[in-house]
Design a protein. Structure first.
Lengths: 113, 115
């Protein structure tokens, strides 16, 4: 069964600093990997996804993630944090189409002015 | 990608009552997934609904408490039965269009408060 571990329930960065949110997965087959963002009192928004194409995936709002099979990781990065990036971020995995996503516990990102 | 209409968007219910949540998808999908997001928590899968068969429930969720209907390939309902304050959560439905390259889509969620 798949699982996702997000290291750090809360990450705080200064505005303009690098954002790094960590995600490690466990899957017995090549996975589909996703990052979602949830702003306060809002629904889930897909940031980016990895589906076995390029290992470096670019998403919306300047975010990107790199799939590293040897490290079973899919960390999310953004070169320069903006105040509007403050939100909850979820990493998720599935092992194939038509199977449900398994979510990590989430990381709350705070951006300090 | 698929568009999901989920309703109601929020409700405040008395304990002991039931609430039915509806999800309508704008295209046919094989599987629909129902999740619960408790306050300050991540999403937990409740069940997978396949048209024409009984839903498959995850550990800790039972059909008597969370009955699901899937009458066709574009619609599903989740009922939260005999509610208690512990059922206060956001409930979301989701579909997968990954094979078409679209990925997973989520409904906007139903914010349930049980008083």
């Amino acid at each position: 069964a798949q699982s996702v571990t997000q290291l750090g329930s809360h990450v705080s960065v200064s505005e303009g600093a690098l954002v790094l949110l960590r995600c490690n997965y466990s899957s017995s087959v090549p996975p589909y990997l996703f990052w979602y963002v949830q702003y306060p009192n809002q629904g889930l928004q897909l940031l980016l996804k990895y589906t076995s194409a390029a290992t470096l995936v670019k998403g919306i709002n300047g975010f990107e993630a790199e799939f590293k099979k040897s490290e079973t990781s899919f960390h999310l990065t953004k070169p320069s944090a903006h105040m509007s990036d403050a939100a909850e971020y979820f990493c998720a995995v599935s092992d194939s189409g038509n199977t449900p996503l398994v979510f990590g516990k989430g990381t709350r990102l705070s951006v300090i002015a | 990608s698929a568009v999901i209409s989920q309703k109601p968007s929020r409700d405040i219910c008395q304990r002991g009552t039931s609430l039915t949540i509806q999800c309508q998808v704008d295209s046919q999908v094989t599987m629909m997934f129902w999740y619960r997001q408790q306050p300050g928590q991540s999403l937990t899968l409740i069940a997978t609904a396949n048209q024409g068969s009984e839903a498959t429930y995850e550990s800790g969720f039972v059909i008597d408490k969370f009955p699901i209907s899937r009458p066709n390939l574009t619609f599903s309902t989740l009922t939260v039965s005999n509610m208690s304050p512990e059922d206060s959560s956001i409930y979301l439905c989701s579909v997968d269009k990954a094979r078409e390259g679209h990925g997973y889509t989520f409904g906007s969620g139903t914010r349930l408060t049980v008083v």
